[in-house]
Write a protein that binds this ligand. Structure first.
Ligand code: NAD
Length: 502
């Protein structure tokens, strides 16, 4: 498979001048050196070359950032800001981001490897939609009055509940859609009146740093958003352990989520965990295969399969198995691979050499265990970390390639007989993030939906995270939800007030 060449001359001036600047940490509204003065390289996965250096924040930097966030939380400029002014500020932040959408899309191409047009329109589009949706909440966060009447003999009460900001939020995010996931944390935190310390992935720190600059341009007060780039074992753990942090909002792998949950227990933090997935796609025999195949392909090959809700396990009812697999393989073979900055790229490289090798390890194991690659199956020689879009047919249900999250452009396809088998197969992993059903019989589909143990069910569509729809996992895919009103609840504490009236 051929890969198109990279061309840095396509960078818009905003992206170019950002890359020329020395990157620093954002603490208390100022750009500062990391305490240790160390940096790390940021690698463009389409070439394997370093495009920037980011500061390597450590526990001292986290401590400075948390203190700044704690002060900002109690600063009247933020604490007493009218909800309608907070709403206006969030819309202003969205306007500034929108004006820089192309540049941010290119940043994601360099950081993650995704096609920059997808970065600009799909990812930054979702960033904007999330920020604007959450901007509607500051004026609508309410408690309730509760009639407890004469709760004690001869004593009457007025009782109510109030929602208050949970406090300083530590947000730790992954590399796959870094701007979008960062905004899934920042926007509800701002809406609820919290302050935040964001720790982006060490693999993709650039977009978050640019987002910090845009936040200051929009007038977000000092200390409300702080950004400390660095590694999980240094900056990440220090943030989770810090006693000044009230809540950890984490998105990333199951293993890290479990480690964070344990560490956060020492200070009994409020924790939400959005973790990995191995999402099933169930295609019933009355599905429109020609419509389903391109959508299933988008759902697994989009962002090179580095998507938490990617539909990575296809189960097809026997009668339409061969036709579906053939259509899907055709979609896989037709994709143009290339660097994110090339306007014709449909699928970029994987994020790193290490990740490419990990994905190839799964493909080889799947082939050794009896799967057949009807499309792809190989990595691509040359610069950049490309793996072909791969369709693996009939690997055993118990094999690693079916059971474990690969986080690459690899889909397995297994036939099933009746809907009972579909539900059994769909639920047969430790994950429960998303799921997909394709079919046309509404009754059959509705019977299947409650049987699937997953946080989201998408019917006759590829994945589509909408800011009003809560997103989060069942089972080992996580605890709590991002997005929707549910996210606002997670960024507030509920206070009960009882006032004796006599
Ligand atoms: P990761 O768990 O390796 O890292 C995520 C973040 O945690 C990074 O910022 C990292 O520096 C930090 N970290 C690592 N070790 C830490 C520690 N001990 N303490 C504190 N922080 C630590 O995950 P990744 O490889 O960056 O991302 C891929 C994973 O993210 C996949 O499993 C994917 O499914 C998941 N993901 C889930 C969702 C969702 O909404 N459920 C969305 C996107 C990605």
């Amino acid at each position: 498979m051929n890969v198109m060449a990279n061309d840095m001359s396509r960078l818009v001036s905003g992206a170019r001048s950002f890359l020329e600047r020395d990157q620093k940490l954002l603490i208390d509204g100022e750009w500062v050196e990391s305490a240790g003065g160390d940096t790390f390289d940021v690698i463009d996965p389409s070439s394997g070359e370093a495009v920037a250096k980011a500061p390597r924040g450590n526990a001292d930097d986290i401590d400075r950032a948390v203190r700044a966030a704690a002060e900002a939380l109690n600063d009247p400029a933020w604490r007493d800001m009218q909800p309608s002014d907070r709403e206006r500020l969030m819309h202003r932040f969205a306007d500034v981001i929108e004006a820089h959408a192309e540049e941010l899309g290119q940043m994601e191409a360099l950081d993650v490897g995704m096609p920059s047009l997808i970065g600009q329109h799909a990812e930054v589009g979702n960033v904007l939609a999330t920020l604007r949706y959450m901007a509607g909440w500051p004026t609508k966060i309410t408690g309730e009055t509760i009639d407890i009447g004469n709760a004690l003999p001869e004593k009457r009460f007025f009782a109510y509940t109030a929602r208050e900001p949970v406090g300083v939020v530590g947000a730790i995010v992954p590399w796959n859609v870094p701007l979008m996931i960062a905004m899934w944390k920042i926007a509800p935190a701002l809406a609820a009146g919290c302050t935040i310390v964001l720790k982006p992935s060490e693999v993709t720190p650039l977009g978050a740093l640019r987002l910090g600059e845009l936040a200051l341009d929009a007038g977000v007060p000092p200390g409300v958003i702080n950004i400390v780039t660095g590694f999980g074992a240094e900056a990440g753990e220090a943030l989770v352990a810090h006693p000044g942090v009230a809540k950890i909002s984490f998105t990333g792998s199951v293993a890290t989520g479990k480690a964070i949950n344990k560490l956060a227990t020492d200070t009994l933090k409020n924790v939400t965990l959005e973790l990995g997935g191995k999402s099933p796609v169930v295609l019933l025999d009355d599905a429109d295969v020609d419509r389903a195949a391109p959508a299933i392909a988008r759902g697994i090959f989009g962002n090179s399969g580095q998507v938490c809700v990617a539909g990575s396990r296809l189960y097809v009812q026997s009668g339409v198995f061969d036709r579906t697999v053939e259509r899907l393989a055709k979609e896989a073979r037709s994709l143009k691979l290339g660097p994110g900055l090339h306007p014709e790229s449909q699928m970029g490289p994987l994020v790193s050499a290490q990740h490419r090798d990990r994905v190839m390890g799964y493909i080889e194991a799947g082939l050794n265990e009896g799967g057949e690659a009807v499309a792809g199956g190989k990595s691509v020689d040359g610069p950049g970390y490309y793996v072909e879009p791969t369709v693996l047919v009939r690997p055993p249900q118990s094999s690693a390639v079916v059971q474990e999250e690969i986080f690459g452009p690899v889909i397995t396809a297994i036939p099933f007989d009746g809907p009972e088998d579909a539900a059994r197969f769909a639920n047969d992993t430790s994950y429960g993030l998303a799921s997909y059903v394709w079919g046309s019989d509404v009754q059959r589909i509705h019977q299947l939906i409650p049987r699937i143990r997953a946080g989201s069910v998408f019917v006759n569509t590829s994945p589509f995270p909408h800011p009003a729809m809560p997103l989060g996992g069942y089972k080992q895919s996580g605890i709590g939800k991002d997005l929707g009103e549910e996210a606002i609840r997670h960024y507030t504490e509920l206070k009960s007030v009882m006032i004796g009236l006599n």
